[in-house]
Design a protein around this ligand. Structure first.
Ligand SMILES: Nc1ncnc2c1ncn2[C@@H]1O[C@H](COP(=O)(O)OP(=O)(O)OP(=O)(O)O)[C@@H](O)[C@H]1O
Ligand SMILES: [Mg+2]
Length: 336
């Protein structure tokens, strides 16, 4: 497979001490949808900004479409499209006018612009609303227009920073469809960042999980989940007089059990080989130990579990999501 993005120890520190991205090395292959998954502040936008030459790395190297991000930024820019975390369309113009304006920024010929605008409007299903002012568009329509703008100069790589942030679930699914269509119909390589696990899981061929500026895991979503080495069985016991450490050891010795982690209030998280067939035996053994079970659940690992496994923390952070929504709302209010 041919790499189209290559980074080597790529780093960025702000004001000399905030190490936002810390020596990340990875490759993105031509034609793949590659995801950067991580919590707020992990360094996702900073990485994208370095790869699109918006900011200069403070260490390491990045090659994008065969060009050095530090030495040949103008050549990188010609070959990449970038859709930022904040929607950047002009509300006072129509969808068609926004796209045409973007084409002029790239000094495209008028006949080329006319043709591409038509093509892109169709691609993101905005042909019917093309001549309406963007101020009348929904959030999802604005984001689709924003993505189309990133494509006006036919880039080989499209960078999408949090493409579905703050959108409702149906709109998010539609955006995923457009992203897949882009890759299928135009063969474009897509690099996206997200802190939604389901997004990374269903959209990306490979994912890098980033935390505190460092890549903690990289691979196809399925392989990352397999790293965990089994299914997840959660058991909550009715409170009783048992010793947590002794019980943890006893559970760990049961057939099929790979790992046991105690949780709060008599709960235990188990990693179990072939969960469906092992669970009945485990429950029976607990019964024989005189333990009463309040609840159980068995599931295949999700990317959230992968994140937890590699970092010891949960990725899901509703508070952060609300924080983002508030931020977007504030920015919109300010710009009006
Ligand atoms: N211009 C800046 N000056 C100083 N620190 C910054 C600057 N931009 C980002 N940082 C810091 O760098 C770190 C990484 O930020 P970055 O925006 O790359 O994270 P992110 O993964 O995109 O987060 P989010 O999910 O919130 O978008 C954070 O600690 C952030 O506070
Ligand atoms: Mg960001």
């Amino acid at each position: 497979m041919e790499p189209i993005i290559v980074t080597e120890h790529l780093s960025k520190s702000y004001r000399g001490h905030i190490l936002a991205v810390n020596r990340v090395s990875f490759e993105v292959y031509k034609g793949e949808i590659f995801g950067f998954l991580g919590p707020n502040g992990a360094g996702k936008s900073t990485t994208i900004h370095m790869l699109t030459t918006i900011i200069r790395p403070t260490g390491g190297k990045a090659r994008v479409c065969g060009f050095e991000a530090i030495r040949e930024p103008h050549l990188v820019r010609k070959n990449v499209g970038f859709v930022s975390q904040d929607i950047a369309v002009d509300e006072a113009l129509t969808g068609r006018e926004n796209l045409a304006l973007q084409g002029r920024f790239y000094h495209l010929r008028t006949d080329v612009i006319l043709h591409r605008v038509q093509e892109l409007l169709a691609l993101v299903d905005l042909t019917d609303r093309a001549d309406h002012l963007v101020s009348t568009y929904s959030g999802g329509m604005r984001k689709r227009l924003d993505i189309a703008e990133g494509l006006i100069h036919r880039p080989s790589v499209l960078f999408l920073d949090e493409p579905t942030l703050g959108l409702d679930i149906q709109t998010r699914h539609r955006i995923w469809e457009y992203v897949k269509k882009l890759r299928e119909e135009q063969g474009i390589t897509i690099f996206l960042t997200t802190h939604y696990m389901d997004e990374a899981d269903s959209l990306c061929d490979r994912i890098a999980i980033i935390d505190h500026g460092q890549i903690v895991a990289l691979g196809p979503p399925g392989n990352l989940k397999e790293c965990i080495g089994g299914d997840l069985l959660s058991i909550k016991l009715v409170p009783g007089r048992w010793d947590e450490n002794a019980l943890q050891r006893d559970i760990a010795s049961l057939p099929g059990v790979e790992k046991v982690s105690p949780g709060p209030d008599g709960s235990f998280s188990l990693i179990v080989q072939k969960g469906e067939s092992a669970a009945p035996g485990i429950l029976a053994a607990l019964g024989e130990m005189g333990l009463e079970i309040q609840s159980i659940s068995l599931k295949r690992p999700s990317l959230d579990d992968v994140f937890l496994y590699f970092t010891g923390r949960e990725l899901r952070d509703e508070g952060a999501d609300n924080f983002h929504r508030t931020n977007i709302a504030l920015r919109r209010a300010r710009s009006q």
